[in-house]
Design a protein around this ligand. Structure first.
Ligand code: ATP
Length: 636
């Protein structure tokens, strides 16, 4: 017998040993979701359910593997027979048996994101869409549209209307392209990741016998991270679980932060409507944070309307009654200096830097802190793996300046010219040779017809960079390049237009502190080159909050808590997005085990001036007594 009494608290035990009907487990941050799910699977096996009749849907395959190996330590069973893994993994298994029922052979192949992009690029070429307009969106951007269309179960035009209005002029062509792309995949017996879900649900909807078989076959379905499931994923579970309703969904609605890639918090909030007999179990004991940090997190999430009411209780004792600290800094630079000083103090006290994290809403918020840590030689590691200045769009826009400063910079030239429609790698090299043999005169080059217009625009911008009002003002030069030229390309070249635009605006602010374009470029090169030696596995962690989900550190700093930055400017006009931003703040706060620092800079440089910032509403909403305020004015 498994010692449930010893290993689980009362709430966890209630969930683990609950009757086999539908259950929604609302498990707060740090409350032991993994432990609950693991013991529940073990309990089911102990009750006599065969492993192969259990589904355990998880966010990653690694998570399922870890949970199942823990199950194996609890009960004697072959857990490899459990259907554990991501939705894609589960659907693949089902389609391997039945793909022929929906017009595919069972020997289909699965293509990853990169291959999907190549295939889509090929479709765009075949339909001659890029030549019809130089601003036709790139395959990278369109894959995102198509994926949302499947995950949200909405037609492409609807997705464009809701989230990609900058593509609306191409709505008709994009819909046609989608049909063409689907047909191409069908002919080649290919599924991309989203197809696996789409066709499994279609199979269940169209082939009643097959659905009935699985409904009888699976005796219990468990879903982890339920708050982040998409519409089609919930549909997949509902279809199999509909008849016996033996579904356990575990999640935390307060941590639903992926709506931008199709997650629907509604799945969780409406669970008991779809499963009227469901039992709802709240797990409220948090094992991670001190009571003071938890009190702040509880207060932070109170402002949301669309959520299950909840209040986490701390299992831990207070650490010298240390409340979270609110650092009121005079500027973003002072903010980074203050953080670096505190980190140095912690290191002197013997705290391992890898127990410290700096979390932010968007990559560009971390520019100053990256610089400060680099200058002070404090080792740090960035979760995304890509440093701010190494991102493609940042490199793109900087290459205009590099080429302006150094007319022999071949890499910059080629990077710019490649952006133009109708210019492939061969033509790029030819143009470079022409350029060199015409004593570096851009005017003398003859680009292909399709690229003539953007070429002329580029030449105008290139000349303008030397005008007295722009010369040696890298910030103003970047602004000119962005709004006079590059923003149109940014919309179509990559996915995530809004985020990338914000990054470049952040770069423009950063550039405002330089009065020489050469100095600005050298600084950036140093940060992306030699000084990356400071990036170490054991350093302080710098991460966006999205990438910090599920992780924990002893000390956490949440930075740039200004209205318009966190919450983001874009979210301010949409109540549902604002609620998601508040959840993001909650996720960030609940990553801290011992010490939490909330950082507010009263000003930051933006578009060549010092802009004063209002404190984030998330700070304003906190009861005063929950934090200790410290004013930080200036550092030498
Ligand atoms: N009953 C328990 N007794 C003691 N410790 C527990 C218990 N349940 C969970 N824990 C511990 O609590 C910590 C948090 O658990 P876990 O990481 O699974 O939380 P979580 O619910 O996934 O958190 P989050 O959603 O915030 O990422 C772990 O270190 C885990 O071992």
């Amino acid at each position: 017998m498994i010692p449930y009494e010893i290993e689980l608290n009362e709430e966890q035990k209630k969930a683990v040993t609950a009757p086999l009907g539908p259950i929604l487990v609302i498990a707060g941050a740090g409350s032991g979701k993994t432990r609950t799910l693991t013991y529940r699977v073990a309990y089911l096996i102990e009750k006599g359910i065969k492993p192969e009749r259990i589904i355990l849907a998880t966010f990653t395959n690694k998570a399922a593997k870890e949970m199942l190996s823990r199950v194996e330590r609890l009960v004697k069973a072959d857990t490899t027979r459990i259907w554990g893994g991501t939705f894609h993994h589960l659907c693949n298994k089902i389609l391997r048996y039945h793909a022929n029922e929906i017009g595919f052979g069972q020997n289909f192949t699965i293509i990853d994101r990169e291959d999907s992009i190549h295939l889509l690029a090929d479709c765009i070429n075949q339909l001659n869409l890029k030549n019809s307009s130089k601003f036709f969106p790139s395959p990278e951007a369109l894959i995102e549209v198509f994926s949302l269309s499947i995950n949200k179960a909405k037609p492409v035009w609807r997705i464009i209307e809701e989230s990609f209005s900058h593509f609306s002029v191409f709505c008709e062509e994009i819909s046609k392209l989608q049909s063409f792309y689907i047909e191409r995949k069908r002919k080649s017996l290919i599924f991309d990741y989203d197809d696996l879900l789409f066709y499994t649900v279609k199979l269940f909807q169209e082939k009643e016998k097959i659905l009935k078989f699985y409904q009888c076959y699976f005796e219990y379905i468990l879903v982890d991270e339920y708050q982040d499931t998409s519409r089609i994923q919930a549909e997949f579970i509902d279809l199999i679980g509909k008849s016996h309703q033996r579904v356990m969904a575990v999640g935390d609605d307060a941590q639903s932060i992926y709506s931008w890639r199709g997650a629907e918090i509604e799945n969780m909030l409406s669970f008991s409507k779809r499963y009227p007999a469901s039992l709802i179990i709240n797990i409220k004991t948090n094992y991670r944070c001190t009571p003071e940090i938890l009190a702040l997190a509880n207060a932070a999430i109170e402002g949301n309307r669309f959520q299950f009411p909840k209040e986490l209780k701390a299992a831990r004792q207070s650490l010298q009654k240390a409340k979270p600290e609110l650092l009121l800094c005079s500027s973003a630079i002072v903010q980074s200096q203050a953080i670096a000083e505190i980190i140095q103090d912690f290191r002197d006290q013997g705290i391992d830097p890898k127990e410290i994290a700096i979390l932010y809403r968007a990559h560009f918020h971390a520019i100053e802190i990256q610089l400060e840590l680099t200058h002070r030689k404090i080792p740090f590691e960035i979760t995304s793996g890509i440093r701010f200045f190494e991102q493609a769009h940042i490199k793109d826009i900087c290459s205009f300046l590099r080429f302006f400063v150094n007319p022999y910079d071949e890499t910059a030239f080629k990077r710019i010219v490649k952006m133009f429609a109708g210019i492939g790698p061969k033509t790029v090299s030819k143009l470079w040779d022409q350029y060199l043999s015409s004593s570096t005169s851009l005017e003398k080059l003859s680009p292909p017809k399709a690229a003539e217009q953007p070429w002329m625009n580029w030449l105008d911008i290139h000349k303008a960079l030397a005008f007295p009002e722009l010369a040696n003002k890298p910030s103003k030069q970047l602004e000119k390049i962005l709004y006079g030229f590059y923003s149109e390309y940014l919309k179509v070249l990559y996915e995530g237009y809004q985020r990338r635009l914000e990054d470049i605006e952040g770069l423009i602010s950063f550039a405002a502190d330089f009065n020489s374009t050469e100095d600005f470029l050298s600084q950036i090169s140093l940060l992306t080159g030699v000084d990356t030696a400071h990036e170490e596995k054991n350093g302080v962690r710098l991460s966006t909050i999205h990438q910090a989900k599920g992780l924990e550190w002893k000390v956490v700093f949440i930075i740039m808590l200004c209205e318009g930055l966190f919450p983001s400017n874009y979210s301010l006009n949409y109540p549902h997005l604002l609620e998601e931003e508040r959840r993001l703040f909650y996720v960030a706060a609940t990553r801290a085990k011992d010490r939490l620092f909330l950082c507010y800079p009263a000003s930051r440089s933006f578009n060549n001036r010092q802009l004063s910032c209002l404190p984030s509403r998330f700070l304003e909403e906190l009861p005063q007594q929950l934090v200790v305020k410290t004013k930080v004015q200036k550092f030498l």
